[in-house]
Design a protein around this ligand. Structure first.
Ligand code: C2E
Ligand code: CA
Ligand code: CA
Length: 452
């Protein structure tokens, strides 16, 4: 079709292409490929040149909703064709959702060409579209732009910045806008929170943010065979901030990459300390959702393991079922490369998503963690016990280890043991503890399976 201005020597083409990575109507690649390309471009550009990112959106109207599926498909294809014609050869076009497109403009000399590109794009979409249903349709479109390096360093953050600028354009009734920080009006309290978070993460001088370890025990002998790394932050005057709150704020601030590096380093430090104490168990680290969209994650993990001289089998990475909803070739590739490094991959919170069992077979995963809400229900209801039993059976057939989360009493532990579950984690054994307390716990209970 010649619609995608693709530079054939671009490195992101080494990523596998499949129908799932291409938008059916437009023939364009989607968000994961856009993120991979932006990350690559950031690495290849010097700061003398900028990269522009444009989010273009067509807000739904009654006419669009009433359109037949085929006419809508053809309209999206026609719009894509007009966009492609307006772009330079080196520019790239992606389809994010039905009515959202993303344009990446490499090698810009200043902010001005970004504005010009957005105006040009709006211009070519100004003429009416003849639809398959026989209507002549004028489309309302909004553009928002962001710029590397001015607006951020992280591909995902830059895309979101362009989207925020586009939202702002629609709200203000103008066609195009470039991103500016004040668009994210934040209250004083939130600004303070962000500053505290940045300080805790970057300097970690006050030691208010750190990791705790919660044991994973073997259901047959209650020996500690591993531990999960859980984030803990007491902010300011000792106010505890739950991990989900922190993770969401980090994503918003574009600090996800820094955080992942910090977290992995914390985990490596703990593994080294455990080794010194004669406790040679693996630690599990929770990944954030957008980590899996980051093609550089496997390299980062490899570097950090090498730096700390930690063998890969001492590290396990937990990914949630919901992170895999957008299971694309890029995500699968990141998982495949992580698996190749020799570390363990675990599916967290299993049973709460919609992915179903068949997807266990497709992923290079060695461990399944059954979600705690699900485990708790299973004590009371036969049907839930049966579901857990079948998860265990299937996982064992696939050579996977099964961990039950949130085990709070002996009755639950006995039920899980009788169903053949391998490992358990929960307050029955121990809560998450700081490293020195964890070492003490292992020693006191004589429980660490590799305690020498
Ligand atoms: P998760 O991965 O499912 O972690 C288990 C959570 O259950 C932890 O909560 C843990 O303290 C709690 N828990 C453990 N045993 C029991 C029990 O017997 N009963 C009950 N009621 N709860 C139990 P926490 O530490 O508040 O973490 C919540 C979630 O935040 C985690 O869920 C995980 O999704 C996320 N999280 C925590 N640390 C990190 C991190 O370092 N990175 C990322 N990306 N996410 C993290
Ligand atoms: Ca987890
Ligand atoms: Ca979990």
């Amino acid at each position: 079709m010649g619609l995608i201005p693709v530079n054939s020597t671009s490195p992101d083409e080494s990523l596998p292409d499949s129908p799932a990575s291409i938008d059916f109507s437009t023939g364009l690649p989607k968000l994961p490929q856009a993120l991979a390309y932006i990350s690559q471009s950031i690495r290849q550009h010097t700061k003398a040149q900028s990269i522009g990112i444009v989010s273009l959106f067509v807000p739904p109207t009654p006419a669009l909703y009433r359109m037949t599926a085929e006419a809508a498909r053809q309209l999206r294809a026609e719009l894509t064709e007009r966009l492609a014609k307006a772009l330079r050869e080196q520019d790239r076009l992606y389809s994010l959702n039905n009515w959202e497109w993303l344009i990446v403009l490499p090698s810009l000399v200043s902010a001005a060409p970004l504005t010009l590109a957005m105006m040009k794009v709006r211009g070519v979409l100004g003429d009416p579209f003849e639809t398959l249903d026989g209507d002549s349709l004028e489309l309302e479109t909004y553009c928002g732009g962001s710029l590397w390096p001015d607006d951020g360093d992280d591909a995902f953050y830059l895309v979101q910045s362009a989207r925020i600028a586009r939202l702002h354009a629609a709200k203000s009734g103008v066609d195009t806008l470039s991103y500016q920080r004040p668009m994210e009006t934040i209250e004083a309290g939130q600004a303070r929170f962000q500053k505290d978070l940045q300080r805790a993460l970057m300097g970690n001088e006050d030691g208010s943010m750190g990791i705790y370890l919660q044991p994973l025990v073997n259901l047959t002998g209650a020996a500690c065979v591993g531990a999960e790394v859980l984030l803990r932050w007491w902010r300011g005057e000792g106010n505890y901030v739950p991990p989900h709150h922190i993770i969401a704020a980090l994503e918003k601030l574009g600090l996800r990459h820094n955080f992942t590096r910090w977290l992995l380093n914390q985990a490596m430090q703990a593994i080294s300390a455990l080794t010194k104490a004669g406790i040679e168990i693996p630690l599990s680290v929770n990944l954030s959702a957008s980590d899996l969209l980051d093609a550089e994650l496997p390299d980062l993990v490899m570097q950090i393991l090498a730096m700390w001289d930690v063998p890969p089998h001492r590290l396990s990475l937990e990914i949630t079922e919901t992170m895999m909803v957008e299971e694309t070739p890029q995500v699968t590739e990141v998982l495949r490369r992580l698996h190749q490094l020799g570390l363990t991959l675990a599916i967290d919170d299993f049973g709460t998503g919609y992915a179903g069992m068949s997807y266990l077979q497709r992923l290079p995963v060695e461990e399944v963690k059954i979600d705690q809400r699900f485990v708790r229900q299973a004590v009371g209801t036969k049907r839930d016990r049966e579901i857990i039993a079948s998860i265990i059976q299937l996982s064992h057939r696939l050579n996977m280890t099964v961990v039950a989360e949130g085990v709070e009493n002996q009755e639950t532990a006995d039920m899980l043991w009788s169903l053949g579950c391998d490992l358990a984690q929960g307050y029955l054994y121990a809560p998450a503890m700081p490293l020195d307390e964890f070492i003490g716990w292992c020693r006191r209970c004589g429980r660490a399976s590799n305690l020498s």
